[in-house]
Design a protein around this ligand. Structure first.
Ligand SMILES: Nc1ncnc2c1ncn2[C@@H]1O[C@H](COP(=O)(O)OP(=O)(O)OP(=O)(O)O)[C@@H](O)[C@H]1O
Ligand SMILES: [Mg+2]
Length: 310
């Protein structure tokens, strides 16, 4: 399979701050890859390096085999970038924003105009074609950012939090749109704080935390590795402290001791049920739910010990 993005031992410093430390990751052509991490983790910095907007201190970064430093124009043209912040030229209309961008990538004028009109139509911005971006609503600006990223038909689409501040309906539309684009062969590299969104869309996930990669694997495998089923057990009377025989299980007591929350690992449910029975506690209800990517993500970010798990 062809490698779309290859980052090897990348480090990047902003003066004394090490924003990225020894990051290595690859994205195959045709993949839908999710790049997650808390605020300040280094996601946008990584994207800036990929798109040639930032230099770096060490490592090698390639896009479809081309070096982002020595073959900048080639690699940049392979990528459509939806940046985290709006960075439109305030003096251009929506349509000009698209045609100028196409021109920058060498699309002939006539074709640029056609594509701009097509994309404006697709993203329901035709009515705003002749308006400056400041006259657009937040969601419209997001749509224009995505349209602009696509105007030169890139092989890779990199989206840095494309659904921030986007309403529910538009978000669902964007999901469908991105799925379709990916099906047709576009490689997608998505950053988002909506973990559920990544879980729905991405087949593989990388998690970055304080500049370092802490997880890199298929979405389902990551969820399973990081977290067992989530158990919530409701008692008929309150429990003041967890019985000694199940102390080894990390149980959280909630609702003034009426609710026990823990994870199904090493037969925890069976052990807890036995202990409750032996101590005369009656159970009102028990809920068990499958873990989500959010459970896995929170654990990776909160508990550094888990990073070493196989
Ligand atoms: N231009 C810059 N100059 C100095 N430091 C910077 C610059 N850009 C980013 N940083 C720092 O680098 C680190 C990583 O920032 P980055 O923007 O990559 O995070 P992020 O993962 O995209 O976060 P967010 O989810 O908040 O967008 C942060 O500590 C940030 O303050
Ligand atoms: Mg960012």
């Amino acid at each position: 399979m062809e490698t779309a993005i290859s980052i090897k031992n990348l480090s990047k410093d902003y003066r004394r701050l090490r924003a990225i430390e020894d990051v290595s990751l690859e994205v195959e052509a045709g993949e839908f890859f999710g790049f997650l991490g808390p605020n300040g983790a280094g996601k946008t910095t990584t994207i800036s390096v990929l798109t040639g907007l930032a230099n770096f201190s060490a490592g090698q970064v390639r896009v479809f085999g081309h070096d982002v430093l020595t073959e900048y124009r080639k690699t940049r043209a392979l990528i459509g970038l939806v940046p985290q912040e709006f960075n439109f030229d305030p003096f251009l209309t929506a349509k000009q924003i698209l045609t100028y961008e196409a021109g920058y990538f060498g699309v002939p004028k006539r074709q640029a105009k056609e594509r701009a009109e097509e994309l404006l139509g697709f993203f329901k911005l035709t009515e705003k074609s002749n308006d400056g971006y400041k006259k657009l609503s937040g969601g419209m600006k997001r749509r224009l950012l995505i349209a602009r990223a696509l105007v030169h038909r890139p092989k890779i689409l990199i989206l840095d939090e494309p659904t921030a501040g986007v309403d529910l309906e538009l978000r669902y539309q964007l999901w469908d749109f991105l799925r379709g684009l990916n099906k047709e062969g576009t490689t997608i590299f998505l950053t988002t704080h909506y973990i559920e969104e990544a879980e729905k869309l991405c087949s593989r996930i990388g998690v970055i935390h304080r500049g370092k990669i802490v997880a890199l694997e298929p979405t389902e495998a990551l969820v399973r590795r990081m977290s067992g089923d989530q158990v919530e057990l409701y008692l008929k009377k309150e429990m003041l402290s967890v019985p000694e025989d199940v102390e080894a299980i990390p149980i959280v007591l909630e609702d003034k001791g009426r609710k026990l929350r823990f994870e199904e690992r090493d037969n925890a449910v069976a052990k807890v049920l036995k202990s409750l029975h032996n101590h005369g506690y009656e159970i009102d209800r028990i809920d068990i739910r499958r873990p989500t990517l959010e459970d896995a993500f929170l654990r990776l970010i909160r508990d550094p010990k888990e990073k070493a798990a196989p």
